[in-house]
Every structure is written in structure tokens, then in C-alpha cells.
Design a protein around this ligand. Structure first.
Ligand code: MG
Length: 204
């Protein structure tokens, strides 16, 4: 499986990192080894100093597809969850300044914990009408609404499927709202979608 990620998909987050709002989605990928098995902690690696959480809606692809038209894209997923796009911000800043790829800062082991998936049908809401929050040690640090995405889930699927065949079980991380911040050993991260706790992750 593959993990496709969108960067700068919420204008307020693009602004907080001094990035432009893009005309096309910014796409990068993480390898399967970025996942964290259920109930395992995120162990802070020693290859950087400044690891940030980015809480994101994650869509699970349920059908093989390529060159998917936006109007048919909703047929390619029916479950969503929340994930953390862990980012070594110091490494990423160095790579960005040199115009180099981001993988070392975003694709390392454990950089993509994903919570429990729930059927969209159970939420009985549009994928573009979902609220989500991240609590760190009991305090709300990120609060997002999928209506604020610059590129909708269906637009993202149409865009990426022109380049990469989507396969069953692939994940799409759809970008983070503002409020990203540094994690420290001992932190407890809890992500909720529409009030439902989907991810509970210890940082060690
Ligand atoms: Mg992100």
C-alpha cells in the first residue's frame, strides 16, 4: 500500500509556515513503514530536533482506479479516520531551502500513525463537512473543519490518480489545519472526528 499526502491544503496553515497557497495540490508520499501498529507509541527519532504533529483527515481507498474523474471520485472511498503527519520541521526547512525532496523529514519510520477508520455512512455527513480536533495532554491544539480544505477530497483523488494508480488500502492524508506544534516525550495525543475518539497516541 502507499500513503499519499497533501501539503498546504488549509490556507491558515500555509500562512503559519509562510508558504504560498498553491494552485495545484502539493503531493508527497510516505512509505508503509511510516505506519505505527495499533496501541504502539510514537518514538521520537534521534535524526532531528523539532518533530511537529499535523492532524489530518485520512481517506482509505476501497477500489482500484486511475484517471478518476472528480465527479466519480466519491465511489473510491467510504471510510475515514484521522492521522498524524509527523514532520521533522528542522530537517524539512533545510530540504526546502535547498529545493530538495521532503522524504527524510516526512517519511521516516512512525511518521504516519492512523486511527480507527469509521464508515462515512455512519457519520451521515459529507466528507467536506467534518470537524476534527487534536488534544495534546488534554488541551485542544488543533481544530479543523474539512470545509476549509483548499482542494476537496474528490479533487485530490482526481489529481493524484492521473499520476498514481490508486489501490485498495491506500491512504490519503488530506492536509492539516493551523496549530501544528512540537511534540515531546511524555505527550499524549488524542484525535477526535465529529466528537469520536479515533486516535490515542503516546509519544516516547
Ligand atoms: Mg501534512
Amino acid at each position: 500500500m502507499k500513503i499519499i499526502c497533501v501539503g498546504r491544503n488549509y490556507a491558515a496553515h500555509a500562512r503559519e509556515l509562510n508558504n504560498a497557497v498553491e494552485e495545484e495540490p502539493v503531493i508527497f508520499m510516505k512509505p508503509e513503514t511510516a505506519l505505527i501498529p495499533a496501541r504502539q507509541p510514537f518514538f521520537i527519532p534521534d535524526h532531528a530536533e523539532d518533530f511537529h504533529f499535523e492532524t489530518e483527515l485520512v481517506v482509505r481507498i476501497n477500489k482500484v482506479g486511475k484517471h478518476i474523474e472528480e465527479r466519480f471520485a466519491h465511489r473510491y472511498y467510504d471510510e475515514v479516520s484521522l492521522g498524524i503527519d509527523f514532520t521533522a520541521r528542522d530537517t524539512q526547512s533545510k530540504l526546502k531551502s535547498k529545493g530538495l525532496p521532503w522524504e527524510l523529514s516526512k517519511g521516516f519510520d512512525g511518521s504516519a500513525p492512523v486511527g480507527t477508520f469509521i464508515p462515512l455512512q455512519r457519520l451521515n455527513k459529507s466528507v467536506q463537512d467534518l470537524r476534527f480536533t487534536l488534544h495534546v495532554n488534554g488541551e485542544v491544539r488543533q481544530s479543523g473543519h474539512t470545509a476549509d480544505m483548499i482542494f476537496s477530497v474528490d479533487r485530490i483523488i482526481a489529481f493524484v490518480s492521473a499520476y498514481f494508480t490508486l489501490k485498495i488500502g491506500d491512504y490519503i492524508f488530506t492536509g492539516t489545519p493551523e496549530g501544528v506544534g512540537k511534540v515531546q516525550a511524555g505527550d499524549q495525543l488524542i484525535a477526535e472526528l465529529e466528537g469520536e475518539r479515533l486516535l490515542n497516541l503516546a509519544v516516547r
